[in-house]
Design a protein. Structure first.
Length: 354
């Protein structure tokens, strides 16, 4: 019985070591382990048969069987290490890096053109003593329209096709509601002198309109405010934004929340007011709407129009960016094309290439 067990044990040992040496991968090595050391493996079966050997030789057979098991386990571990090392060597050869090549340098970023224009607008107006104000993008119909002298049946609403959540809640179509919110929060304190930049929404989508765009609202309320004050402030803004030679022109217009109202033009920065393709030969470019705050709007904001007066304007940031940088399609500002965005510099000196 002992000779038979020894013969089986030596045979299993030799076969196991040979199979380990032939294994060319981790999966093959696992098959070898299961074949010889698994629950039904050849060496395991020999170990289980030791109980049938005579008691006087059983300890010696057990010692020999354990030596074989440990030897096979050690061979498996060594072969696994060799295979891992060989695999790593192949991977390093395949992915070898030439350390003499120049490294990859991260390109410096720049601000989006809309951010550049907004920062410039904020710089200009804060230098004139204006305060920054903000309001919610989801507005009530009262703040967005009714408090600004635009009742539900007013035809001016047709020009501001809106995104409504309910009959009384919508995405704001303008930054003008900030006027009402700020006046209600500060009345009757004077003066009111704010600019309110922010994102607004309308159902427009073409080369010059976007369903999402940005505006800056400006509001001044105090005693003795006149149209001359409005023109003076806008003159400073235009010269700072478009150049020292820029002139400002007012044209009569209509807005429900201002009276009198005006469309404001600046002399064309491309041709100096002589006339070119950009200004369609007129020498002027329209940039914003403005006017004296309507008395009803002042009342809705908590101020007495018999005591105070004010002026306001609404400025499209995209409009200024397109004029400043010569951009012909508003959709370029929202496309995220890095080739387009790299053309702009914080100095504002860059201009879009054709």
């Amino acid at each position: 019985m002992s000779d038979e067990i020894i013969t089986r044990l030596n045979s299993a040992r030799a076969a196991a070591l040979e199979a380990v040496g032939r294994a060319a991968g981790a999966s093959e090595l696992e098959e070898v382990r299961v074949r010889f050391l698994g629950r039904s493996g050849e060496i395991t079966q020999v170990l289980r048969g030791l109980g049938q050997a005579p008691a006087d030789i059983r300890p010696e057979l057990g010692r020999r069987a354990n030596e074989v098991r440990v030897e096979v386990e050690s061979a498996l571990a060594e072969q696994a290490a060799r295979l891992r090392e060989a695999e790593l060597e192949l991977r390093l050869l395949a992915e070898r890096v030439d350390i003499t090549l120049p490294g990859t340098v991260a390109l410096p970023g720049t601000l989006h053109p809309l951010s550049l224009i907004l920062l410039e607008i904020e710089r200009i107006f804060t230098a004139m003593g204006f305060e920054m104000a903000e309001g919610p993008e989801i507005e009530t119909d009262w703040h967005n329209f009714q408090a600004l002298n635009i009742p539900r049946d007013h035809p001016a609403r047709d020009m501001q096709a809106s995104f409504y959540f309910t009959d009384d809640v919508l995405l704001r179509t303008q930054t003008s509601p900030v006027q009402i919110r700020y006046m209600l929060a500060h009345a009757p304190n004077l003066p009111v002198k704010i600019i309110a930049p922010g994102r607004v929404y309308r159902r427009d989508d073409d080369a010059t309109h976007s369903p999402v765009f940005h505006q800056v609202e400006m509001l001044v309320v105090d005693r003795g405010i006149t149209m001359g004050d409005l023109k003076g402030v806008l003159g400073v803004f235009a010269r700072e934004m478009f150049g020292r030679q820029t002139r400002v022109r007012f044209r009569p217009s209509y807005f429900p929340f201002t009276e009198p109202s005006a469309e404001v033009d600046v002399s064309c920065a491309m041709c100096g007011g002589v006339g070119c393709r950009v200004c369609k030969g007129s020498g002027w470019l329209e940039i914003l709407g403005a006017g004296m705050v309507h008395p009803q709007v002042l009342r809705n904001g908590g101020y007495d129009p018999e005591i105070v007066s004010g002026f306001a304007f609404g400025l499209g940031i995209e409009r200024v960016a397109m004029l400043r940088y010569g951009i012909g399609d508003i959709r370029l500002l929202f496309g995220g094309d890095i080739r387009f965005l790299r053309q702009f510099h914080p100095t504002g000196e860059g201009r879009v290439e054709a």
